[in-house]
Design a protein around this ligand. Structure first.
Ligand code: ZN
Length: 149
């Protein structure tokens, strides 16, 4: 990646690079002839693009660190994320699951189970249903149009 000073037709030299740690990146280039400075600013998404392309800025590949962490965060199992939000619902109204309902929930594929469980729990809480049974699940499914869950 190079910048050209149009006035002097000179390739601008790398002067300064800042990685504030919030995912943004700013790079300053200076024209060796007229000393004019330009700054390249990228937002986190653009920084990720630059780092994923392995573009060298100022002779060094831009550190992968800021976005790498974000990417790792998104790779973590989604079920855990849903499980975590579930705690706040439990505080709102204690919803319990009957043995049959729990058994049926076990048939739901693991990667969506947390989400499905949350949908049913929310449905029950809104209708002040304390125990989720297969019947409640059936009703929720047809009410919410969730065939196949
Ligand atoms: Zn210049």
């Amino acid at each position: 990646m190079k910048f050209l000073c149009l006035t002097c037709d000179e390739v601008m030299a790398f002067a300064e690079r800042q990685l504030p740690g919030d995912g943004t990146l700013s790079v300053i280039f200076t024209c060796p002839a007229c000393k004019r400075e330009i700054a390249m600013l990228t937002n986190p998404m653009e920084t990720q693009l630059v780092t994923s392309l392995g573009v060298e800025i100022g002779g060094r590949t831009v550190s992968q660190q800021p976005m790498q962490q974000t990417r790792m965060g998104m790779d973590s199992p989604r079920e855990d994320a849903f499980e975590a939000t579930e705690t706040s619902h439990a505080a709102r109204g204690p919803v319990t699951w009957s043995a049959e309902a729990t058994e049926r929930l076990d048939n739901v594929p693991r990667f969506v189970r947390g989400m499905v469980k949350r949908i049913y729990a929310e449905y029950a809480t809104e209708r002040e249903i304390n125990v989720i049974t297969p019947e409640v699940m059936d009703r929720a499914r047809s009410d919410l149009g969730l065939e196949g869950m």
